[in-house]
Design a protein around this ligand. Structure first.
Ligand code: SAH
Length: 246
């Protein structure tokens, strides 16, 4: 299988990498697996989003790509359900943490690569049954290019799952003012409001990439119980599921 090297993607594909954004994640790498640390929201979210993917796609023996995998939270839980996972990210620190943690967990079915989705779409087009791209679209300069690369990475009939933050006053209050400033759940500067994505925008970008819309699901945070639940309210955080037609 063709693996993508650091140099080749730096040369050809870093137009869709915001290096300041990637550096923020790189600096926090060692904190990734602390359930009470800076990535606590991702730890709380992980079982819910894994369940959502598992309900809608077959994971056992599936070739799954986790785009912007960070320290590997979602990659590991997908591998635990029997998937053969490729995790890609542009930050070397989180990738190193992901590789170490994979050993600690004794999981064999994961390979981690430093790559953009765009570079991998050239190297391995149509190679995946399932693509996940969670909490990443709001961190790249060109989200249209990212969505289209995710579509190109799917085999015909494959499933893709995105999650992101909606561009609403509620999301601004909860994800930026609340999570970063009041509760201190996320480091300040993690999110930039202008980059949040409305569901209608994501649907349009996916439509332009010839993906068929299947479902949207809201993710709601309950501060008192420190937990998330899924429901119809997509005002803050949401998941979207699409299929690449046969
Ligand atoms: N998907 C993971 C991590 C989300 S944090 C999860 O939900 O648990 C966002 C991640 O996207 C960071 O690890 C960051 O380094 C990565 N990222 C940002 N821009 C990227 C790009 N252009 N290509 C690949 N990864 C990127």
């Amino acid at each position: 299988m063709n693996t993508t090297t650091e140099n080749s993607d730096r040369d050809t594909h870093d137009h869709n990498v915001d290096h300041d954004e990637v550096r923020k994640f790189d600096e926090l790498a060692s904190r990734w697996w602390d359930p009470q640390g800076e990535f606590k929201p991702l730890h709380l979210l992980n079982p819910l989003r894994t369940g959502y993917v598992a309900e809608r796609a077959t994971l056992s023996n599936a070739r799954v790509l986790d785009v912007g995998c960070g320290g590997g939270l979602l990659s590991e839980s997908l591998a635990q359900r029997g998937a053969q996972v490729t995790g890609i990210d542009m930050a070397p620190g989180p990738l190193a943490v992901a590789r170490l943690h994979q050993q600690k967990s004794g999981l064999e079915g994961i390979r981690y690569l430093q790559s953009t989705a765009e570079a991998l779409a050239e190297a391995e087009p149509g190679a995946f049954d399932v693509v996940t791209c969670m909490e990443v679209i709001e961190h790249v300069p060109d989200p249209v290019s990212l969505v289209s690369a995710c579509a190109a990475l799917l085999r015909p009939g494959g499933q893709v799952f995105f999650s992101t933050l909606n561009r609403t006053p509620q999301a601004f209050l909860l994800a930026i003012v609340g999570a970063e400033y009041v509760l201190g759940m996320l480091p300040r500067g993690t999110h930039e409001y202008a980059k949040f994505v409305r569901p209608s925008e994501l649907r349009n970008w996916a439509g332009a990439a010839k993906l068929t819309f299947n479902d949207i699901r809201g993710i709601n945070y309950h501060p008192l119980g420190e937990r998330f639940s899924m429901g119809g309210d997509v005002a803050v955080n949401y998941l979207m599921h699409f299929t690449r037609p046969e």
